[in-house]
Ligand binder design. Structure first.
Ligand SMILES: Cc1cc2nc3c(=O)[nH]c(=O)nc-3n(C[C@H](O)[C@H](O)[C@H](O)COP(=O)(O)OP(=O)(O)OC[C@H]3O[C@@H](n4cnc5c(N)ncnc54)[C@H](O)[C@@H]3O)c2cc1C
Length: 372
């Protein structure tokens, strides 16, 4: 039998594509080199808790069509992302809002907070003496002033990038939104949440009735003879690998996780705590149960699972998480994309094949639009 599509990668792009193909009467074979389906949204069950194995994933969107679609596959819960920052043991709410300013300076009104930030921004601008910010440090100081920069941005960013803020380019931080309301909701989007029962349910339902094979690497088995299996190829793997790195390797930023079980039902009281000082080597601790258990329900599960998140320098072979959109990598990626556009019957889709950071909702929106 020849499939209509061979889909390489069972992440949200591949799984959503296979779902719409099936609805259109096309049949697909989905393969993934990992031992499980789902790509980066895959969750591992530990102690009855869905552990986000490839990094914490919070679904958020303004697009009602996308939200209605995912909820038609599996209902989503009411999780609202409201991270907390820990700077040398003192806690601050994020994103920067009136709660943060109260914790930072004791100010209680928007006018007092604004005056404080304006004063600090003015000082930073005076130091620049009319020139543009030359690096991330100067940029951030001009946007939010010294106190927020020092306690909530500087060391966190340096841990993330492994370089001093004064050595990082200013463009990394274009805007630093500041809210003069008591609002800890991280996202501005209309809709956010986590699939009830976890992301694996979303993936499994998208792929229901579709042939799937895990533990199969496209390059080991199928690169040269996929046309014997399917009429068209949907490729969600790394762009440079498809072309045997002929134009060079694309760089990525990666993170690693140290995950452990804690013998307490509630370790940190929140899903996400950012560690914004050097006294802790990790950037964040994720407590996974808070994505899906709320109120007293967290105590029905006697243990908890936490993951420390570390930024590490990317080396070939590591998980490819965030594309590095500097000049070198953008130029190489553009050249690969020209080669990709010349491939017959091959669609390059998703974050790896497009060498582009996508949130989950835009990935789904993209596939929905392809099938319209
Ligand atoms: C750490 C992190 C946190 C994130 N958090 C959020 C968040 O909170 N909210 C949000 O909206 N988005 C988040 N995202 C983005 C989200 O992960 C992506 O939008 C989504 O995973 C993209 O799906 P995809 O199918 O393109 O890629 P992936 O999920 O990576 O799937 C690609 C699949 O292709 C497979 N594959 C690759 N090469 C081969 C090969 N040669 N043969 C066979 N299979 C292959 C891989 O094994 C993988 O399963 C986050 C991303 C990261 C990295």
């Amino acid at each position: 039998m020849k499939y209509d599509y061979l889909i390489v990668g069972s992440g949200l792009f591949g799984a959503t594509f296979a779902y719409f193909a099936k609805k259109a009467g096309k049949n697909s074979l989905v393969i993934d080199k990992r031992p499980q389906l789902g790509g980066n949204v895959y969750c591992e069950q530990i102690e009855g808790i869905n552990v986000h194995k490839y990094g914490a994933h919070i679904f958020h969107t303004n697009n009602k069509e996308v939200w209605d679609f995912v909820n038609s596959i599996v209902p989503f819960n009411r999780y609202t992302n409201s991270p907390v920052a820990n700077y040398k043991g003192t806690l601050y709410n994020l994103p920067f809002n009136m709660n943060t300013f109260y914790q930072m300076w004791g100010v209680t009104t928007p006018a007092e907070a604004q005056a404080k930030i304006d004063e600090q921004k003015a000082f930073a601008l005076t130091c620049l003496n009319g020139r543009e910010p030359a690096n991330l440090e100067e940029q951030a100081l001009c946007l939010v002033g010294e106190d927020i920069f020092v306690k909530l941005i500087k060391e966190y960013t340096e841990k993330q990038w492994g370089r001093k803020c004064s050595e990082l380019p200013a463009f990394i931080i274009k805007r630093l939104p500041v809210r003069y309301t008591y609002d800890n909701n991280y996202f501005n989007d209309l809709y956010q949440g986590i699939p009830i029962g976890g992301y694996n349910i979303l993936i499994n339902r998208l792929l229901e009735g579709i042939d799937c094979k895990t533990g199969i690497d496209f390059f080991d088995n199928l690169k040269n003879n996929w046309q014997n299996i399917a009429k068209k190829l949907v490729y969600c793997g790394p762009l440079d690998e498809f072309f045997q790195f002929s134009l060079g390797h694309l760089d990525w930023r990666t993170v690693t996780f140290k995950t452990r079980i804690e013998d307490t039902p509630n370790y940190q009281g929140n899903a996400v705590v950012n560690y914004t000082s050097y006294d802790k080597p990790y950037t964040r601790i994720i407590e996974h149960k808070h994505f899906e258990m709320f109120g007293n329900n967290i105590y029905n599960c006697p243990k908890t699972v936490v993951s420390e998140e570390y930024s590490v320098e990317y080396k070939y072979g590591m998980e490819q998480y965030y594309p590095i959109n500097d000049n070198r990598n953008n130029t190489i990626a553009e050249q690969y994309k020209i080669l990709a556009s010349q491939q017959q019957n091959v669609l390059f889709g998703g974050r790896l094949a497009e060498y582009k950071y996508y949130d989950m909702a835009p990935i789904i929106e993209k596939v929905m639009n392809l099938w319209k």
